[in-house]
Design a protein around this ligand. Structure first.
Ligand code: SF4
Ligand code: SF4
Length: 233
């Protein structure tokens, strides 16, 4: 390429705008984008977290701290026996892998798409339960150091896989976990409200039926969706 043809390439770019007006204008985020978490509640206000600590156990960055406690009988916090008494996430360590969301049996923890938060001290980076818990309308509580624009919190979300109990691929898709959760009251989780038991999976190796853990409650079913009327989450 000669000297002048190189200049030609440069000149042809004059006037083209290749940058955006960020942060006032943000690009749309992909549907499965992982941002900061929220702790969800049922539409009657009860918390979905049952303090089981599975999220903390699976977290590869060891950034979740959960301490469960027995629900007070006169004023239960969650539909389960226990609830998340202390819940913290350290965002100086979180890698937004979403494994905590995958592990949670009640869909208590999900992720929004917000990643624009800038801390000025370490304590702000450690989100407490009161900061993570959604408000009375089901929306994330906006912290002063977070940049939410417009209706960004409409897209509180998590991609939940359809589980295959006991690793049997025949069960794939049988448990109707939510897809894109969205904000507010959602449709019941099919896996928790199915009218009858699932068909047993047939092991292709021996042709025999194996029931495994294929009943429709699948662990999470006992924690309130059925007991909460609509079964929403
Ligand atoms: S997204 Fe991953 S790293 Fe972050 S809290 Fe959850 S499990 Fe831990
Ligand atoms: S896995 Fe879910 S229910 Fe269990 S402690 Fe974590 S957020 Fe709460």
């Amino acid at each position: 390429m000669g000297r002048f043809s190189g200049f030609g390439i440069t000149i042809r770019q004059v006037g083209k705008v290749v940058t955006g007006n960020y942060p006032e204008e943000k690009r749309p985020k992909p549907a499965r984008f992982h941002g900061r978490h929220v702790l969800n509640r049922y539409e009657d206000g009860m918390e979905k977290c049952i303090g089981c600590e599975l999220c903390a156990g699976v977290c590869p960055a060891r950034c979740i701290y959960v301490r469960g406690a027995d629900n007070p009988t006169d004023a239960p916090v969650s539909p389960g026996e226990r609830y998340g008494f202390v819940y913290e996430i350290n965002y100086l360590r979180c890698i937004h892998c979403d494994l905590c969301v995958e592990a949670c049996p009640t869909e208590a923890i999900t992720e929004t798409k917000l990643f624009e938060f800038s801390f000025t001290n370490r304590s702000d980076a450690i989100y407490t339960k009161s900061e993570l818990l959604v408000d009375d309308t089901g929306r994330a509580r906006r912290q002063p150091w977070e940049l939410w624009l417009g209706g960004e919190d409409d897209d509180t979300s998590a991609w939940m896989r359809a589980t295959a109990p006991s690793g049997q691929v025949a069960f794939e898709g049988r448990v109707g976990w939510s897809g894109e959760l969205g904000f507010g009251v959602r449709a019941p989780e099919q896996g928790q409200t199915a009218p009858g038991p699932l068909e047993p999976a047939v092991d292709p190796a021996d042709g025999a039926a194996h029931h495994g853990h294929g009943d429709h409650g699948h662990g999470s079913g006992g924690h309130g969706s059925g007991g909460h009327g609509s079964g929403g989450h």
